[in-house]
Write a protein that binds this ligand. Structure first.
Ligand code: GLY
Ligand code: MN
Ligand code: MN
Length: 434
């Protein structure tokens, strides 16, 4: 992403704001245990607006009736930090690299924000963040409020994330390129897992194989904690232990993907550990695949997300009737939410800088959003039959299947960005060479 992109995004945000001040803070480092930390991951909203990847930094956007200004506060170069953690970009470095109007030392944030605040009445922040820099700003706003003689003080505090995330809904071609790059690496990892999987291996060995491919190809990280779930473990939706043995005759569900320059991919494939689907496994697999293909086929500009969700539930309910797991009228079954027992999660979610991109799903009136070109969402139907569920025919018990792809809405309809990853029974069995 070059500087023009960040400038454009900030300019769009300024257009959406009324006169006032927006403060967006970087993510804090996260402790893993005692004094060790997780690898640093920037706040996606902050990154979206300026591309700066260090902690302890703050972006301030100022809008007046006839001008606007952007200020970036960063941590100054510090020899101690450079020795232990590496050099910071520093104030001069940030001035050189970033197209913001001003760069200042973060140590000046408290004093400067007080000055800025008393010229404005609207403050835009992340209302739900517990950032200490935001607390500093709110404390400064409070003290101005109770100071005699101050001309202006903050009268409304608004959620800036709603505005930023509305912008994040529509991906630019450069963002799509980053997502495609993440998917290309993820595709290689899924194919390698299919090739290398053998009965007797442990789930974490497939995870290790995939992580090797992510890192070896320069991915910035996994996009989320991988799920490698053999057999009945697939029926635990957020199974992340990944320590069990992979058994002959079982399926393995892998929901794993990487991030490229902070852009996510999110892919699930389910395949037979010994390389061949049993009849029962193939029946359920093809039922889920058919739902997935039909839902993807329905995606086009103007279709509402709620409609797509309901359509996917109808198809899943029909599949459950077809498999002999539910019986009766689809309408009655759906009213009683009978299908939810076996298909409990939604059909998909927005994807971008976050794997679950927190962009709005409804408009200002609370109406489901209609698809627009440039939106990216996952389509991930699943059917889950627990091994101890006696409401399910015995031959299907212990089978859990999800198939997940990443779909770009286009002017013409859609593009399946992960179409290259083996998915039909034939493609998967071909990839699972034994
Ligand atoms: N990998 C998380 C999800 O599919 O939503
Ligand atoms: Mn997903
Ligand atoms: Mn997933």
């Amino acid at each position: 992403m070059n500087e023009t992109h960040f400038l454009n995004r900030r300019s769009k945000l300024l257009d959406m704001m009324e006169e006032g001040l927006a403060i967006i803070t970087s993510a804090p480092p996260q402790t893993r245990s005692n004094d060790t930390e997780y690898p640093y991951r920037q706040n996606s909203d902050f990154y979206y607006l300026c591309g700066f990847n260090e902690d302890n930094s703050v972006l301030v956007l100022i809008k007046t009736p006839n001008s606007s200004k952007t200020i970036l506060f960063v941590e100054a170069h510090n020899a101690e930090h450079a020795l232990w953690n590496g050099a910071r970009m520093g104030i001069d470095g940030a001035r050189e690299k970033f197209s913001v109007d001003e760069v200042h030392d973060i140590a000046q944030f408290g004093g400067m924000i007080k000055e800025l605040l008393h010229e404005h009445i609207n403050l835009y922040i992340d209302l739900y963040s517990d950032s200490s820099r935001l607390s500093e700003a709110k404390t400064a706003a409070q003290s101005l409020h109770s100071t005699r003689g101050v001309k202006r003080h903050i009268r409304s505090i608004r959620d800036v994330t709603y505005l930023i995330r509305t912008l994040r809904l529509i991906k630019s071609s450069e963002e799509i390129e980053s997502i495609k790059k993440a998917i290309a690496i993820t595709a290689e990892a899924h194919h390698s897992a299919m090739e290398k999987c053998r009965a007797g291996m442990r789930e974490y060995q497939l995870q290790a194989e995939m992580n090797y491919i992510f890192l070896n190809n320069g991915a910035s990280s996994e996009a989320y904690g991988a799920i490698v779930a053999g057999g009945n473990n697939a029926n635990t939706l957020h199974y992340v232990d990944n320590r069990d043995e992979l058994r002959d005759g079982d399926l393995v569900l892998i929901d794993a993907a990487c991030e490229w320059e902070l852009y996510a991919s999110d892919i699930t494939r389910t395949f037979p550990i010994n390389g061949k689907f049993s009849d029962a496994q193939r029946e359920v697999y093809n039922a889920v695949l058919d739902v997935q293909l039909r839902v993807i086929e329905a995606i086009r500009v103007g279709v509402k997300r709620d409609w797509l969700q309901n359509y996917s539930e109808e198809l899943l309910c029909d599949a459950l009737i077809e498999l002999g797991i539910l019986s009766g009228e689809r309408k009655t079954l759906m009213e009683a939410k009978e299908h939810k027992k076996y298909a409990p999660h939604g059909i998909g979610h927005w994807m971008g800088l976050d794997v679950h991109d927190p962009c709005p799903y409804v408009d200002e009136e609370g109406e489901s959003l209609a698809f627009m070109a440039g939106m990216v969402m996952t389509i991930e139907p699943g059917l889950y039959f627990r091994v101890d569920d006696e409401s399910v025919p015995e031959r299907y018990r212990g089978i859990g299947i999800r198939i997940e792809d990443n779909i770009l809405v286009t002017e013409e309809g859609y593009e399946n960005l992960s179409v290259m990853i083996a998915k039909s029974v034939e493609e998967i069995e071909g990839m699972c060479r034994r």
